[in-house]
Design a protein. Structure first.
Length: 147
């Protein structure tokens, strides 16, 4: 993936997509996560962080042996529609409400990136009670945006 800026207009809502959603979208292309990701890529300003990219590359070969090519193909196809954020080292107060420290870099990148929403199935992020950015699961996103 390149570090090119997303070509979407600046007035589009900014959405940070977490690792679990990317993996579901990539490995189950007919599933709901894939449906949501493709909608986001065409109608929203989509963000990912260097931390999430590394997490995907670490988890994909373990969960889906011999199929890392799917990750490479997916991001090769979509890279012009995704902005990659560098995860800052300086903590933000919002991450303190997240009990799993492995999720802190996700919250930090999202806050520094000025996103409106984090799309994630991670219960630690959901339970943190973040208001801005709001955390939605794929199911919740589809309920709010059924079309």
């Amino acid at each position: 993936m390149s570090r090119r800026k997303n070509k979407n207009p600046p007035d589009r809502q900014k959405v940070f997509v977490d690792t679990n959603v990317w993996l579901s979208a990539i490995y189950w292309p007919q599933g709901k996560a894939s449906q949501v990701v493709w909608k986001l890529l065409s109608e929203y300003h989509v963000f990912i962080s260097d931390y999430v990219v590394a997490e995907i590359k670490r988890k994909a070969p373990v969960r889906f042996p011999g199929q890392l090519w799917r990750v490479d193909n997916f991001f090769q196809t979509t890279r012009r529609n995704i902005t990659i954020l560098t995860t800052p080292e300086k903590p933000v107060k919002e991450e303190l409400s997240v009990t799993d420290e492995k999720d802190h870099p996700i919250v930090r990148a999202a806050i520094y990136g000025g996103v409106d929403m984090i799309l994630s199935g991670d219960h630690h992020l959901k339970e943190a009670g973040l208001v801005h950015p709001i955390v939605l699961s794929v199911r919740e996103f589809l309920e709010l945006h059924p079309d």
